[in-house]
Design a protein around this ligand. Structure first.
Ligand code: GLU
Length: 461
């Protein structure tokens, strides 16, 4: 069974890059009928926060990505890590190193002076003397001194790391006993039964160290997929300004979960030239072997395009529910179908859609100067009054009803359609633009239409 995981460090919000690897891991597990587990890497007490963990869970909930089983918190697993530290010490695969800070600094400075690589020199590796007094030791793992460590990566191919170049005997437990990052990641991945690790390629340099831990403990090594980073349009690592921001900010900006997930799945993965993927399709088609080898480019226009695609293709009932988050309450509005049908093609985001709806549902408080000049001239008020009279004497319901009344005025007064359309529009909205006027009137209803017309005349004559 394929078991994948997402292992965020809760140092801040969940950002777009993290979410993408979470999505890839989720999809790959689902495609194989496997499991997607969540592990919170909260060992760094100074930098981690409960809020950050909550923010990650909230983002998952918004996007409908549910992790299987219990969430694993590294902060609750000290005993497990201690057991493995002891095991490695007992087996002679790890050792106590009593080097003081001063000695380490001295070593580093002399290596630098000799233009050597700065690394631990292994002086306590085979130490059997009397340890110095007053130094709390760190625990170092014995890593191979020769040969190579091979990382078999499903995206990048096999990468060879020369043991002597990169692997000094790295610390697995600090002087206070707390275990270090690469040590606990390897232990947790093994104990959680993770057999496929999909993560950002910024972690590639950690992988050989984790392999040293796997091997020392006799654990089987998972398959790795290191996903290239997301770049901005200038080819640089995505920054906050480019969109590498809190996933929940995308909700605030008015993106739908489907659009965001569809956008992310295509950042670094492709299936032919298909762009639109329903969630089920993603689950069915995703395969990490199709992850691109080079960095992907973040493109806001693409995200907007996908978002408007999804807005257009979302049912009005569902749209009304999504719009609740933007303070638009249409779920029991009797004209929501008409309103949303008229506007959903015009908005790139739910926020824009909410603004367009607000413009229609709110009685104007001011009138655009230019619009007034253009619309309220000649006998415009007379036309508006004639329309009001027609309205008062009928019970219009649908846009076509309002339209017929406009046509009656046009023919009775022998005017062009613009002579009623423009003043009505400005009376209703306070400005030009917006969807068909008959739609606006049907949505706000007869009484509100009458109110807006008389207010416009009153305020502008
Ligand atoms: N905790 C790491 C991070 O947030 C991820 C570790 C991993 O995926 O192996 O970057």
């Amino acid at each position: 069974m394929v078991v994948t995981r997402f292992a965020p460090s809760p140092t801040g919000y969940l950002h777009i890059g993290g979410l993408r690897t979470a999505l890839f891991s989720y999809l790959w597990a689902k495609k194989n009928g496997g499991k997607f587990l969540l592990r919170i890497e909260d060992t760094d007490k100074a930098r981690n926060s409960q809020e950050a963990t909550q923010a990650i869970l909230k983002a998952f909930e918004w996007l409908g990505l549910e992790a299987d089983g219990e969430i694993t918190y590294q902060s609750q697993r000290d005993e497990i890590y201690a057991k493995y530290i002891k095991q490695l010490l007992d087996e002679g695969k790890a050792y106590k190193c009593y080097m003081s800070k001063e000695e380490l600094t001295e070593l580093r400075e002399s290596q630098m002076a000799n233009k050597e690589r700065t690394m631990y020199d292994g002086r306590y590796r085979d130490f059997d003397g009397t340890p110095p007094e007053g130094v709390a030791p760190v625990i170092r793992i014995k890593s191979p001194k020769t040969g190579e460590i091979l990382v078999k990566d499903g995206v990048k191919g096999t990468i060879s790391f020369q043991a002597e170049d990169i692997l000094d005997d790295f610390v697995i437990a600090r002087a206070d006993g707390s275990p270090t990052y690469n040590f606990v990641v390897a232990i947790d991945d093994y104990l959680m039964g993770i057999n496929e690790v999909i993560r950002g390629d910024d972690h590639l340099s950690n992988t050989p160290k984790q392999i040293v831990v796997y091997e020392a403990l006799g654990f089987s090594i998972p398959a790795f997929y290191h996903v290239p980073m997301i770049h901005n349009s200038k080819g640089k690592k995505l920054s906050k300004r480019d969109g590498a921001t809190d996933v929940m900010a995308y909700k605030e900006m008015g993106y739908t979960p489907q659009a965001l997930l569809n956008f992310l799945v295509r950042l670094g993965w492709s299936h032919g030239d298909q762009e639109i993927f329903s969630f089920d399709e993603m689950c069915e088609l995703f395969d990490p072997k199709d992850i691109n080898k080079s960095a992907s480019i973040y493109n806001t226009e693409k995200l907007d395009w996908l978002n408007s695609h999804y807005i257009k293709n979302t049912s009005n009932t569902e749209l009304a529910e999504l719009l609740e988050a933007y303070d638009i309450h249409l779920t029991s509005h009797d004209k929501k179908e008409i309103l949303l049908d008229a506007l959903k093609e015009r908005a790139k985001t739910l926020k824009e859609l909410a603004e367009l709806i607000n413009e229609i549902l709110t009685t104007p408080t001011e009138y655009d100067e230019k619009a007034i000049k253009k619309a309220f001239k000649g006998n415009a008020f007379e036309v508006l009054n004639a329309y009001s009279v027609k309205l008062q004497n009928s019970e219009p319901h649908l846009p076509t009803d309002y339209h017929s009344l406009m046509e009656e005025v046009v023919s009775e007064m022998e005017i062009g359609f613009g002579k009623i359309g423009m003043p009505l529009r400005v009376a209703l909205l306070g400005k030009m633009g917006g969807p068909n006027i008959d739609v606006i009137m049907a949505v706000v209803g007869k009484d509100e239409t009458l109110r807006r017309i008389s207010q416009a005349i009153e305020k502008n004559s």
